[in-house]
Design a protein around this ligand. Structure first.
Ligand code: HPA
Ligand code: ZN
Length: 374
């Protein structure tokens, strides 16, 4: 089993671990960060575009939902469940993540899940978010698409009315399930398309390149939806997959995508296309595969002039570190300045899949904040 000690030893030895669970960090997120910058980050109006709702399912809520749904969980308590969140790569993370979401069965469960995330995000000054969900996993358990989408949609409406946080929803295809299963999910979701803003691609990339979903993306586009795709770091064929997503499929956004800095040609294409990247440093903050010196993703993407946004990905499985904590850690590890943070926040609002007037209004709130703290 991977323990904290073996992980830390691996870190010092600069092994090829692609990603680390959050508990591998010894320090608190704000440790060593200038207190003025901590205050600045907390007050900063923010967006978040790379957050899997099922990845915000906290252990406490899993127990509550299991009880409500008459399910038994193989853990004595919350602490034992959290202690089981040990992974060392994407597949080992996904096994835990998919197992965890089995407690989600009814419309109210999806409402509670989404409302809890939106409340947490709003408490950290996220004023606009586009959230992922993985319906194929729920359909497999016999949950109706309507229950999933309408539970989340009801939570989005309530959170906007009560907490002022605006949000939209992105349906992710679970890329390691069949293309037919993904198409069936899309077809089941289209009657509810007014509640969706886009489709995406997540789960295990190995052997499941973006072109597997060309027809799904085309159908989604024909139905007025935006398209994004995970290009997880250090995957086999990562540059080929980034190229396919960027050039052939012409996705509107890339999730993660850090390996792009290893290809000046792809960097140039992304810049020319004005691509935004949703980077999650907790999960994919360092490139290690096949290189002697690990590369910090956020720093190198910023230095390459790419449009970086930052998100929390699956915070419930990453020591419950939400966007403020993620940004605080990014300050330390990627040497982010106040100007970098302002630029990242600005990218977030500019990347929104919203009408231009709405984007302008949100950006004005950011600029007012930046002027007030200048
Ligand atoms: N990558 C791929 N699949 C995922 C992720 C991720 O970051 N989070 C949840 N499913
Ligand atoms: Zn993700």
């Amino acid at each position: 089993m991977i323990t904290r000690r073996t992980l830390m030893a691996g870190l010092t030895a600069a092994t090829t671990l692609a990603m680390l669970p959050r508990w591998a960090y010894a320090a608190a997120p704000a440790e060593g960060v200038d207190p003025a910058l901590v205050t600045f980050i907390k007050g900063l109006p923010k967006t978040e575009y790379h957050v899997h709702l099922e990845g915000t399912l906290e252990a406490e809520m899993k127990f509550a939902l299991a009880k409500r749904n008459g399910l038994n969980l193989p853990f004595a308590d919350v602490a034992a469940m959290k202690a089981s969140y040990q992974y060392h790569d994407l597949p080992s993370f996904l096994a835990i993540y998919y197992d965890g979401m089995k407690v989600l069965l009814r419309e109210q469960d999806f409402y509670d899940l989404a409302y809890a995330y939106l409340a947490k995000a709003a408490s950290q000054n996220v004023i606009y978010t586009e959230m992922f969900f993985d319906p194929q996993e729920h359909l497999k358990r016999g949950v109706a698409m309507e229950a999933v989408i309408m539970g989340i949609t009801r939570a989005r409406r309530d959170a906007e009315a009560k907490l002022g946080i605006r949000s939209q929803l992105i349906l992710c295809f679970v890329r390691d399930l069949t293309a037919e299963s993904a198409m069936a999910a899309l077809d089941a979701a289209l009657p509810f398309k007014q509640h969706l803003v886009g489709v995406g691609l997540d789960s295990d990339e190995a052997g499941h390149p973006p072109e597997k979903f060309a027809a799904h993306f085309a159908k989604a586009r024909a139905n007025g939806l935006h398209v994004t795709a995970h290009c997880d770091v250090d995957q086999v064929d990562t540059l080929k997959n980034i190229r396919t997503a960027l050039v052939d499929l012409k996705v509107d956004r890339i999730d993660h995508g850090g390996n792009i800095v290893q290809s000046p040609e792809l960097v140039a294409i992304a810049k020319q296309r004005g691509m935004y990247f949703t980077v999650c440093p907790t999960f994919s903050g360092t490139l290690r595969r096949g290189i002697a010196q690990p590369v910090d993703v956020v720093r190198s993407m910023l230095d390459a002039g790419l449009k970086v946004t930052i998100s929390s990905d699956d915070p419930a499985y990453m020591a419950s570190e939400y966007i403020n904590e993620v940004l605080l850690r990014a300050v330390s590890r990627s040497k982010l300045t106040r100007a970098d943070l302002a630029g990242i926040a600005r990218n977030g609002f500019e990347a929104a899949w919203l009408p231009a007037a709405d984007k302008t209004a949100l950006l004005a709130r950011l600029e007012a904040y930046l002027a007030s703290v200048a």
